[in-house]
Design a protein around this ligand. Structure first.
Ligand code: AMP
Ligand code: MG
Length: 330
């Protein structure tokens, strides 16, 4: 579990912005205000930092995160914009609108942050402090709401401290957040779809698009701040190769997804063996999960044999994703 950290709270000013950028660069966790709610920021391109973020929030599963950038130009490095996406970005960025778009080929965001998906959620926030931190850090920042998973989103620094005190490095206090509810999420992967209502009203979006926004299909149960249908575009990453879980012995033709120092029987015969964490560290394992699965999927092995992974801490989310990838729950 997360070691107890001394969470510092600093008033938003030049010094705290510089400190936030330093902590992000070092792979740490910083909560800061955006115009919607307080976000918990981590270096989006650092898989271990992203894994720490999931752990600090106590997320039971790896929901894909929103990558925050300073402007449209920076967003173009992460994602592909179709004509509708261009129109929405031009009209509403910076602002409380998140676009879910196809991930670009050179996108530097860690696979864990997008939960292994081929799409990525991107936003350009419109808050002085968030923008100063993004500017000082100079790279994309994933920033889900700065609360324990399942709790309500924080709109001031005291809310963040109550939930995440001892779990994160720094809270930059910039006062209460002006919008107070999460961003509106629109997917532009084909016909635009409203995935989550939020701080930007639907009517404004429809006026810009000059047509009606499709709703995400049938709501699935989930957290109050989850998109209406996380199952639709946030479909779980699924390798083509069959997964065999809780493996203690490798069969001929299989690839191995290992965990920990002790390998299963016949491990040497595996087509390819990748270890989530040779020292049995669940944070390292989470950071490697999706990229290792993709690499093993590319070997055209008969199956991917997966060693047991303990269920504590991030192990719960790792096992959840492994079960889904194995076809247990798509
Ligand atoms: P939060 O940052 O806490 O406001 O939550 C971010 C929301 O964005 C989550 O509910 C995600 O399911 C959603 N999201 C992020 N990436 C994607 C994606 N690629 N496709 C669909 N939904 C996404
Ligand atoms: Mg949230």
């Amino acid at each position: 579990m997360t070691a107890l950290l001394a969470t510092r709270v600093m008033r938003a000013d030049t010094a705290s912005v510089a400190e936030a950028a330093r902590i992000l660069t070092a792979g740490g966790l910083v909560a800061f205000p955006t115009e919607t709610v307080y976000g918990l920021g981590a270096d989006a391109s650092n898989g271990r930092a992203v894994a720490r973020l999931y752990e600090a929030k106590g997320r039971p599963a790896f929901n894909p995160l929103i990558a925050h950038v300073l402007d449209l130009q920076a967003a173009r490095a992460l994602a592909r914009f179709d004509a509708d996406a261009e129109r929405l970005a031009a009209a509403f960025w910076p602002g409380p609108l998140t676009l879910v778009l196809p991930r670009s080929g050179q996108c530097p965001v860690a696979e864990l942050a997008t939960a292994g998906l081929d799409t990525i959620a991107v936003r350009v926030p419109n808050h002085k402090v968030a923008r100063e931190i993004l500017g000082a850090f100079g790279k994309p920042v994933v920033a889900p709401s700065a609360n324990i998973s399942g709790h309500v989103s924080p709109t001031n620094a005291a809310h963040v401290l109550a939930d995440l005190g001892g779990r994160i490095d720094l809270i930059v206090d910039g006062g209460p957040t002006p919008v107070g509810i999460e961003s509106t999420i629109v997917a532009c992967v084909g016909k635009p779809v409203l995935l989550r209502p939020g701080g930007l009203p639907r009517a404004a979006i429809e006026q810009t698009l000059k047509h009606v926004l499709a709703d995400a299909p049938a709501p699935t149960a989930g957290a109050a701040d989850a998109p209406v249908a996380p199952g639709m575009l946030a479909a779980h990453y699924a390798p083509r190769t069959r997964l065999r879980l809780d493996v203690r012995r490798i069969e001929p033709g299989e690839a191995l997804l290992a965990f920990g120092p002790e390998l299963p029987e016949h491990a040497k015969a595996a087509k390819l063996a990748l270890n989530l964490s040779a020292r049995g560290d669940l944070i390292e394992a989470a950071a490697n999960l999706f990229s290792h699965l993709r690499a093993l999927d590319a070997t055209s092995a008969a199956a991917i044999a997966v060693m047991p992974v303990p269920g504590d801490g991030l192990g719960e989310a790792i096992n959840d994703r492994l079960r889904r990838a194995a076809g247990g729950d798509r």
